[in-house]
Ligand binder design. Structure first.
Ligand SMILES: [Ca+2]
Length: 111
């Protein structure tokens, strides 16, 4: 778990916090959206526990994800939940392909 916490701090350190949408900032209990810049969790990886209107340094670089817990997520190709949206079911994950690969810029939990 300490590794997850460190990754979350890395994301915060690139100043994503100021981009948080307050309505989407509610913390999810028991689940995370993991994202990485390489396939199969390689490259830079982080765990997200709430919505982000911009992925900061991860914008247009995500190539892999995994959803833990019982809450699904939405991922969008544009900032502020715009562009093309994708539903990520609880327990799902894998490498991104085609238009979706290297294109996510915002994510939020699907309540
Ligand atoms: Ca994009």
């Amino acid at each position: 778990m300490s590794n997850i916490n460190n990754q979350t701090q890395d994301l915060n350190s690139i100043e994503l916090v100021q981009d948080l949408d307050q309505e989407a900032a509610a913390t999810i209990t028991g689940g995370y959206l993991y994202i990485s810049t390489g396939y199969n969790g390689s490259g830079s990886e982080t765990a997200l526990g709430k919505g982000y209107t911009s992925l900061g340094g991860y914008n247009n670089k995500v190539s892999w994800y995994k959803v833990t817990g019982n809450t699904g997520w939405y991922a969008y190709t544009g900032k502020d939940y715009t562009g093309k949206g994708y539903y990520l079911a609880p327990g799902s994950g894998g490498n991104l392909g085609g238009y979706e690969n290297n294109n996510w810029e915002s994510v939020k939990p699907a309540y």
